[in-house]
Design a protein around this ligand. Structure first.
Ligand SMILES: [Zn+2]
Length: 327
């Protein structure tokens, strides 16, 4: 993994490169952000660069350090693992403290990459703190975390913290088209659902569950057009229990209504985000006008916010569906 293969996060990359250029590399870094956002890619590119024998701001890919890094067996880059749900004090002692006492085999730095570092319990953090307080010249720690608030203040104060932000949807879509061979419309869809998270987008592409949720949402959207009172309550019963899926179903319904609206206004299938659901979109477009569709979208957004604030799913869905049925 090299910097030029990383999508986005350019400010962080610049900061890292400058620290090497100016010889101001810190002993400890936290890369913080949700799963899939690119923390490990950054950590790997950083570690590879730090130990490259050429000493530049891009790994040379030719020296022994770069080569062993790519093969996953550079002896001076250690990936700290844990077997249970927490990183324990034993994990820290066995993998970090003991290892840090030994000088690097070959390279300038001995680099510890700690995935899910927010899972260090307090005892583990205290054990780690000793290594962090007086690290040898060659010791570098890269902590990957999904919630840096879990760290003791004493740890935070010794780390440079980078918060990885979601990427613009266009950037993710572009990546999915060029690197994953996904077609443009689908790529935009996944970019939106992943909320600008490439790792998550790649997961969604392979996710059976996501496909099922989309199919369910499309089916419900069509059924709602013709449903009577009983049919309407049936739909509420079918989807109210699984709140996580429910939010996705509502979001997909929103996008189907949006697509129907776009179709009414432009007649252009090329502008549809979910063009693989064209039949469903046309059904909705035929039976509702644009004013009604705009109201539906607003009602869905409103419902999602209330659901996130722990509103009653039964009541909120009933109200939403009544609004949707209002022509
Ligand atoms: Zn190199």
């Amino acid at each position: 993994m090299d910097f030029d293969r990383i999508v986005g996060h350019s400010e962080i990359i610049e900061h890292i490169k400058n620290s090497v250029k100016n010889n101001r590399v810190n002993h400890a870094y936290i890369f913080d952000g949700p799963d899939g956002i690119g923390k490990m890619s950054l950590a790997k590119a950083f570690a590879k660069m730090l130990n490259c024998e050429k000493g530049g701001t891009e790994p040379c890919n030719a020296c022994i350090s770069c080569k062993t890094f790519d093969e996953g067996n550079n002896p001076d880059v250690i990936y700290v693992t844990h077997k249970t749900t927490v990183i324990s004090v034993d994990d820290v002692r066995d993998q970090i403290v003991k290892n840090l006492a030994l000088k690097p085999y070959k390279n300038r730095y001995k680099i510890f990459i700690i995935p899910e570092a927010h899972k260090m319990n307090e005892a583990a953090q205290n054990a780690f703190l000793k290594s962090l307080e007086e690290p040898p010249e060659y010791g570098i720690f890269i902590l990957l975390s999904e919630n840096y608030n879990n760290f003791l203040v004493t740890i935070l104060s010794r780390c440079i913290i980078f918060k990885l932000k979601a990427l613009p949807y266009d950037t993710v879509a572009e990546y999915l088209v060029s690197e994953q061979g996904i077609d443009r419309e689908q790529a935009e869809l996944y970019a939106r659902y992943s909320m600008g998270n490439i790792g998550r987008a790649k997961e969604l592409i392979d996710s059976q569950e996501f496909r099922e949720i989309r199919d369910k949402a499309a089916e419900i959207t069509v059924r709602l057009e013709a449903a009577d009172m009983i049919g309407l309550y049936d739909i509420v019963d079918e989807i109210k229990e699984n709140r996580k899926a429910l939010d996705s179903i509502l979001e997909i319904m929103y996008m189907l209504y949006r697509d129907a609206l776009v179709y009414i206004k432009t007649g252009d299938e090329g502008r549809l985000i979910q063009s693989d659901k064209l039949t469903e979109i046309l059904t909705v477009a035929e039976s509702s006008g644009s004013a009604a569709l705009i109201k539906r979208c607003e009602a869905i957004e409103d419902t999602r916010v209330k659901l996130r604030n722990n509103g009653n799913a039964q009541l909120l869905l009933e109200t939403l569906f009544f609004k949707i049925k209002e022509k």
